[in-house]
Design a protein around this ligand. Structure first.
Ligand code: FES
Length: 275
């Protein structure tokens, strides 16, 4: 049940991420509310402008809450050691700060004057502050997607992405093997992200078997440990290149260069990398 809710919030049933699809609604409504506020100063006899600003602000808040939920799920899906996690956290906190300002803003408007009147100054200033926060936060959200590929292509995957990188070293090998995780802790189609002496690799369980290959796609370095799996092929989340996880061979472009693969085995129920 929880998995179905998470997949819904990530937009998997729609084939498109949900958070970026919804985010236009609160932004548009908050901007419209501010425009009504400003117009209420220029057209003081028009009695519906300030109430219209209040209604669009309230609707914007409702949509902001609906947009925040899938955003939180997307944020939870970013590895804790991903370089962009801090920026994603700032993006989330700025949005929550803006929502807090809009809640106060709405409460201050809750007592409309019976006479036509412009929006009072404090709510107007709070709307400017809210829009400024959202504009900067939106810019950060854009860099997360366009610069770092956060959230790109994740809606095509049906197993959890790795929450952190497992760091190991060949100097800790026992009998030439480096233990990584218990086999039973990995579900089919799930990946581990492993760094061993500077090599970053993805380890996946497919039909009960374990495969390991370099994590960075040979096209533009997309994170394959966050890709999706089709038979024995991994599909890069960024531009859909596919590689056979058994051989590393490219099976679908745009990538042209094969992946490096690594030897893994299972000993006493433990997945281990051959040093
Ligand atoms: S980075 Fe993988 S297909 Fe472009």
């Amino acid at each position: 049940m929880l998995k179905a809710i998470k997949e819904f919030l990530q937009g998997k049933p729609f084939g498109h991420p949900l958070h970026p699809s919804l985010v236009h609604f609160p932004i548009g409504l908050f901007v419209l509310s501010l425009l009504f506020d400003l117009a209420s100063y220029f057209f003081r006899e028009t009695e519906w402008l300030a109430p219209a600003a209040r209604s669009t602000l309230g609707l914007g808040l409702l949509m902001a809450f609906l947009t925040a939920v899938p955003g939180l799920v997307d944020w939870l899906d970013i590895r804790s050691d991903h370089p962009s996690k801090g920026r994603a956290t700032t993006h989330m906190l700025l949005n929550l700060g803006a929502i807090g300002l809009y809640v106060i803003n709405l409460l201050l408007r809750a007592d409309p004057s019976p006479q036509p009147a412009p929006t009072p100054l404090i709510p107007l200033l709070l709307s400017f502050a809210g829009i400024s926060l959202i504009a900067y936060s939106g810019y950060l959200g854009g860099t997360l997607v366009y610069d770092d590929g956060i959230g790109v292509g994740r809606h095509r995957r049906h197993t959890p992405t790795p929450g952190k990188t497992i760091r190991v070293s060949t100097s800790n090998a026992r009998d030439g093997l480096i233990p990584l995780a218990r086999l039973e802790d990995l579900q089919d189609g799930e990946t581990l992200r492993v760094e061993c002496d500077g090599y970053v690799m993805a380890v996946v369980k497919l039909e009960g078997e374990i495969f390991a290959f370099q994590d960075f796609c040979t096209h533009r370095y997309g994170p394959l440990s966050e890709g999706s799996f089709h038979d024995h092929q991994v599909e890069c989340p960024w531009h859909r290149s596919r590689f056979d996880v058994r051989t590393g061979k490219v099976t679908q472009g745009p990538a042209k260069i094969d992946l490096k693969t690594f030897e893994v085995t299972v000993v006493d129920g433990e997945i281990a990398l051959r040093a």
